[in-house]
Write a protein of this length. Sequence first.
Length: 209
Amino acid sequence: MSKVYELNHPLIQHKLTYVREKDTGPKEFRELVEEITMLMAYEVTKDMPLEEIEIETPVQKAKSKIIAGRKVGLVPILRAGLGMVEGMLKMIPAAKVGHIGLYRDPETLLPVEYYCKLPSDIVERELLILDPMLATGGSAAAAIDFLKERGAENIKLVCLIAAPEGIKMVQEKHPNVDIYVAAIDEKLNDHGYIVPGLGDAGDRIFGTQ
């Protein structure tokens, strides 16, 4: 069974409060999502291997550590996932970025694919799927399916807020994919929205409410 990491760092929780606040405007909302993602990157990348190299400081030669060449790929689920890309890229600037376009059918609540463009070498990369909300879990599970169908094996799911129902679905369908979230909320409502949640992340990022 995959592991679920709920990141309770005070800075993450502080900023998440203002992301939830209904009067937070699009500009501040985008900045907060980016900042939270940067903070989450610290935990998401904690298992990256290191290697020792020799450098020269202003004082003398020294041995120091760098990340051991692991390639990273960021895969935001369109469109809300785009709000998390810049924060991750600031922490992992060498990462390549792919995109998966999904929308949730309002009647069935099932994901429908409309776009998929990925780096050619995803098999070699550790892939971080980015989506602010893990609600029903349908879109995340479908995105993971698409990546696995193309040969990807090393995948993590990174979300700001998750509902227990979404976590359960991803764990059942993809027990080898760990989930990183800033908060696990109470439940889904009858419309498939997370409660208390933060509303529609895509609308709030892009000002299309």
